[in-house]
Design a protein around this ligand. Structure first.
Ligand code: ZN
Length: 206
């Protein structure tokens, strides 16, 4: 990658719609090296700062299959603890429920989204051990939302016609803010971002 790993991690922040990283299909991780550990730590820090329930690699412009969740994933656990999951896959979905949802990459936009009520997922932890988790309701929603991110899918893609219409102005506002930030030089031009993402993904996660 063009920058040193430490610099890349220092500069990581949560990117906002319509940043191109949000539309990448994240690559599976094939090794859990020092970079993966450092990125995981940074993602937890950014998620906690933003008081989020979850964050996917795409959201820090690191399009690899890693998510962090701030959920009670273990029934023995008393309070939620940020946990890292690598290469997560949904094994099973059950039921359907519509609830309001938001995203750290689209701040202050909340809309109702239909999701499975229950999921069973498989992933790897930072030690490389396979874990299987069953979740329902809010945790199940968070898993589906974050796994969607790894496919380049945002919750705004899943809205019904009315919710879509009522989000339109807010989305245009995000798009205008992004363009303005590019004009001010705070965000590189889109072609440059795409090139950086290509380079990062060509090298693998580490
Ligand atoms: Zn999100």
């Amino acid at each position: 990658m063009p920058l040193g790993v430490d610099t890349m991690i220092d500069q990581m922040k949560i990117v906002r719609y319509p940043h191109p990283a949000l539309r990448r299909v994240a690559k599976p991780l094939t090794a859990i090296d020092k970079t993966v550990h450092l990125v995981a730590g940074k993602m937890i820090e950014l998620m906690n700062e933003a008081k989020g329930l979850g964050l996917a690699g795409n959201q820090v412009a690191w399009p690899f299959q890693m998510i962090v969740l701030n959920l009670n994933t273990d029934p023995q656990q008393e309070k939620p603890e940020p946990t890292v999951f690598i290469n997560p896959v949904i094994l099973e979905k059950k039921g359907a429920i519509e609830e309001e949802e938001g995203c750290l990459s689209l701040p202050d936009l909340y809309q109702r989204v239909r999701r499975a009520k229950q999921v069973r997922v498989q992933a790897y932890n930072l030690k490389g051990e396979a874990v299987e988790i069953s979740a329902a309701d809010l945790p199940a929603r968070a898993w589906q939302h974050e796994i969607d991110h790894l496919q380049g899918i945002l919750f705004i893609d899943k809205l019904g016609p009315i919710a879509k219409l009522s989000s339109r102005n807010k989305l245009r506002e995000f798009e205008a803010q992004f363009t303005k930030a590019q004009e001010r030089g705070e965000i590189p031009p889109t072609a440059e971002i795409e090139k950086e993402l290509d380079a990062l993904m060509a090298e693998g996660g580490g």
